[in-house]
Design a binder for this molecule. Structure first.
Ligand code: IPE
Ligand code: IPE
Ligand code: MG
Length: 261
């Protein structure tokens, strides 16, 4: 996607000590970047605050990251906001998160219009509280004609549930005679996932140092490059994003083959 060079330079001025825009190749950006936004609770606890304040602070990082990706001309940004396993958290924390998703999204709709960002959701939204569900539908409706970056928010998302659901849909089509088992291809499976139609992520970022996927995009990450930063999500900023891009651009992606040197 196109980026505006003047806007981008202004956005990244003044430079950080260890990295500048010149350290990355703007012509070789990952088309889809995905982020496991982790560490809100530890960020808050380290400051003697309630975990909920970590989630509130995390919203600022997310807003900045959306803008960063638009400025850099990224095609797709997806972020993991709430997993199918996160319902195990105390009700108070779950309620706060559901409330935060709704209020933040409503507040940020003008930003999506200004930046031409199209919203998409990954996950089973039917299990969400009505208010959150309704705001999400409003977000989809209000951004449906936007032609810029796709911003995909994974809420009540679990990769195993997603794959199971895809299997059920395809099995129903086979049972009805619409498909033969041998018609099932990798593309057909990909299309039945919540990410259907999106390119697979080229870069996955996880904050707070955890080295696991936590049931995120198990199918889609088959050949994705990983970047794990020790920073907690509320401390993630445009500079850390640039460091992740620099690391990505330094990788030797072989896709199982042999690289000519
Ligand atoms: C990520 O931060 C946000 C969500 C999972 C909703 P956490 O809440 O997992 O923060 P930590 O990992 O407990 O520090
Ligand atoms: C993964 O983080 C889910 C999201 C970021 C939404 P968790 O904090 O829930 O993951 P675990 O429990 O450490 O694996
Ligand atoms: Mg966590």
């Amino acid at each position: 996607m196109q980026y505006d060079e003047a806007l981008l330079k202004e956005y990244y001025a003044p430079a950080a000590d260890d990295i500048t825009l010149d350290d990355i190749d703007l012509g070789h950006m990952p088309s889809h970047v995905s982020i496991i936004m982790d560490g809100n609770g530890r960020w808050a606890q380290a400051r003697g605050l309630d975990r909920s304040q970590g989630h509130v602070a995390g919203v600022d990082s997310l807003r900045e990251t959306v803008t960063t990706c638009v400025r850099l001309g990224i095609d797709v940004l997806s972020v993991y906001a709430f997993s199918t396993e996160n319902w195990r958290r105390p009700k108070r924390e779950v309620d706060l998160l559901m409330h935060l998703f709704a209020t933040t999204l409503l507040k940020e709709l003008p930003l999506f219009s200004q930046e031409n960002v199209r919203l998409r959701f990954l996950g089973d939204l039917t299990a969400l509280p009505k208010k959150t569900y309704d705001v999400f539908q409003e977000g989809l409706e209000k951004t449906k004609d936007h032609t810029g970056m796709i911003f995909a928010l994974a809420v009540n998302y679990g990769s195993r549930a997603e794959i199971t659901h895809a299997c059920q849909t395809l099995a129903e089509r086979v049972a009805s005679g619409d498909l033969k088992p041998s018609d099932i291809t990798q593309d057909l499976i990909s299309n039945e996932l919540y990410t259907g139609g999106l390119p697979d992520p080229e870069l996955l970022i996880r904050t707070s140092g955890e080295l696991r996927l936590s049931n995120y995009l198990l199918w889609q990450l088959a050949y994705t490059e990983f970047y794990v930063t020790e920073k907690f999500w509320p401390d993630f900023d445009r500079w850390e994003f640039l460091r992740a891009i620099r690391a990505f651009q330094g990788r030797n992606r072989r896709f199982g083959g042999v690289v000519n040197s």
